[in-house]
Design a binder for this molecule. Structure first.
Ligand SMILES: [Zn+2]
Length: 429
C-alpha cells in the first residue's frame, strides 16, 4: 500500500452551512474525506506536507447538495409542460410512467446521473417499485448517489389491509441496510405512503410500526393541493371523482372534517417524517410540524409549475421546522433548464423570487436535507470527515460581491467534484 497523500483543492472561494467561508479557499482531502478547510494560507502544516494541489481559481466550492424529494423512476418522461389540472397530470403520469423493470432501472439511472452531474451528493427518492430501488443500489459507480429510497405505497378504504401485506412482502425481498457508508454505497430503505387522497391512515400507521421495527425512513406528500384538503375534509371533489373513475372508491372512504396535517398528527407524533410540499398550511399546522419534529421538503419549481403561491417555508423555519429542498420529478422542471435534477436551480429560484438569505438557502440545500433524511449533517459540509463530494460554480473572482450571491445570481452550470478517490496515494481506491 502506498503512502496516502493529501489532495488540496484551491478555489476562488469555499462555503458551507457550518461556518466554512473563505475567499480564496481550500479544501484538503485524504482517503476521500475532508481533513481541513479554510484559507489556503492557514491550512495546518501537517496537511500541506506531501500535498498535491488541484486549482479551481474561478470556482466557488460548496459541499455537494441534498435533494430530499424526487422521483427518479419518472426521469425518462422528461420535463413536461402542464396541461390541465393536477388530476389530469396524475392521469398522465399513471399512464406514461415506465412499468417494466428494465425501463424503470434505466429511468432511475438516468435520474441519478443527471443528479450527480448537477452536484447532488445525497438524495431521497420516492421509488414506485422494488425495481427502482434495486436499480439505484446496483447502479454503476458513476451513477451512485447515496441516500434514501422510499418504497411508495397506496391504498384507501377497504384496500388498506391487502396493501400493507403487499408492502411487507416487497420489503422482505429487499436487502436491508440501515446506513450508507461513505460514498460508494447506495440507498437505505424508507417507506413512502403516497398521499392522503390515495393512501389511508391505516397504511400510515403501518409505516410507523414497520419503521420502528427496522428503522425505515418515512416520507409522504402532504397538503400539496386545495383538492387534497377538500378530499380529506369532505371526501369529495376531483380526487373522489378520480378514485371512482379508477374503480378504487369504496364506502370505507369517509370525510374526516380535518386538514391533512392535524389528520396525520397522530402518525407524525410517533416517528420522524419528511412531508413533501406543504403548500397549504395555517399557523396551527406549522405548530404541529414543529412539535412533532417533522421535516418539510419544499420543491419550489414544482410548486410554481402547479400554480401554488406564497409557500410559508420562511415562517416554518422561523417556527423551528426543518425545511429542506427537493426537485420533485423531472416532469415539473422547465424544458430549458440545463440541470433539471439539480438543487442549485431551486436555490436560484428562491433567491431571485424571494431574495431569501443565501446562507439560509445553502443550509436548506445541505445540512437541513441531511437532517431530514436522517444522516449526519456534517456529511454535507466542508468540515473534517465529510465525504469529499463537492459542487463547484464559476464566479468572477475579481468581483467584490459575495461569492455565493454571485453564484445564485449568475446562470453558470454546477460542476460536480468527486474527490472520494483523492488522497489515496495513487489516485485510485
Ligand atoms: Zn413528489
Amino acid at each position: 500500500m502506498k503512502h496516502a497523500t493529501v489532495s488540496i483543492y484551491r478555489a476562488a472561494a469555499i462555503r458551507d452551512a457550518q461556518g466554512a467561508s473563505s475567499r480564496p479557499g481550500a479544501v484538503a482531502v485524504k482517503h476521500g474525506r475532508v481533513i481541513a478547510s479554510g484559507h489556503p494560507d492557514t491550512l495546518p502544516r501537517r496537511v500541506l506536507k506531501n500535498a498535491t494541489f488541484i486549482d479551481r481559481p474561478d470556482d466557488l466550492i460548496l459541499p455537494a447538495l441534498v435533494n430530499a424529494h424526487t422521483h427518479l423512476d419518472l426521469t425518462a418522461l422528461g420535463p413536461t409542460p402542464l396541461q390541465g389540472d393536477f388530476t389530469a397530470w396524475l392521469r398522465h403520469v399513471v399512464k406514461a410512467r415506465p412499468s417494466e423493470p428494465k425501463p424503470i432501472i434505466d429511468s432511475v439511472r438516468q435520474g441519478l446521473l443527471l443528479s450527480r452531474q448537477a452536484g447532488v451528493g445525497h438524495l431521497g427518492d420516492i421509488a414506485g417499485s422494488t425495481a427502482a430501488i434495486m436499480g439505484r443500489r446496483q447502479a454503476p459507480r458513476e451513477a451512485v448517489v447515496p441516500g434514501v429510497s422510499y418504497l411508495e405505497c397506496f391504498g384507501l378504504g377497504q384496500r388498506q389491509a391487502s396493501s400493507i401485506h403487499a408492502v411487507e412482502n416487497a420489503l422482505s425481498d429487499l436487502p436491508f441496510e440501515s446506513r450508507i457508508d461513505f460514498h460508494d454505497r447506495g440507498a437505505v430503505l424508507g417507506l413512502g405512503p403516497h398521499a392522503p387522497y390515495s393512501t389511508g391512515l391505516d397504511i400510515y400507521k403501518a409505516a410507523n410500526r414497520l419503521s420502528h421495527d427496522r428503522i425505515y425512513r418515512l416520507s409522504t406528500h402532504l397538503a400539496e393541493t386545495q383538492e387534497e384538503l377538500r378530499f380529506v375534509e369532505h371526501a369529495d371533489g376531483p380526487f373522489a371523482e378520480l378514485l371512482k373513475e379508477l374503480g378504487k372508491w369504496d364506502d370505507a372512504i369517509t370525510p374526516t372534517g380535518q386538514h391533512p396535517i392535524p389528520w396525520l398528527e397522530p402518525v407524525l407524533k410517533h416517528a420522524r417524517w419528511i412531508l413533501a410540499h406543504c403548500n397549504y398550511v395555517e399557523d396551527d399546522h406549522i405548530d404541529i410540524l414543529q412539535h412533532t419534529g417533522t421535516s418539510v421538503a419544499y420543491c419550489p419549481v414544482a410548486s410554481e409549475y402547479f400554480g401554488h403561491e406564497n409557500h410559508r417555508y420562511r415562517d416554518m423555519i422561523e417556527a423551528g421546522v426543518n425545511v429542506c429542498l427537493g426537485t420533485d420529478s423531472i416532469l415539473c422542471q422547465p424544458k430549458d433548464e440545463p440541470q433539471p435534477m439539480g438543487i442549485f436551480p431551486q436555490m436560484r429560484r428562491l433567491y431571485r423570487r424571494d431574495q431569501t438569505d443565501p446562507g439560509l438557502l445553502l443550509k436548506m440545500a445541505t445540512t437541513n436535507g441531511m437532517l431530514a433524511l436522517e444522516f449526519s449533517e456534517t456529511d454535507a459540509t466542508l468540515q473534517k470527515r465529510a465525504p469529499a463530494v463537492f459542487a463547484a460554480v464559476r464566479i468572477d473572482k475579481d468581483d467584490p460581491l459575495d461569492p455565493l450571491v454571485q453564484a445564485l445570481a449568475n446562470d453558470n452550470l454546477i460542476t460536480p467534484i468527486d474527490a472520494t478517490r483523492s488522497g489515496n496515494g495513487d489516485g485510485k481506491s
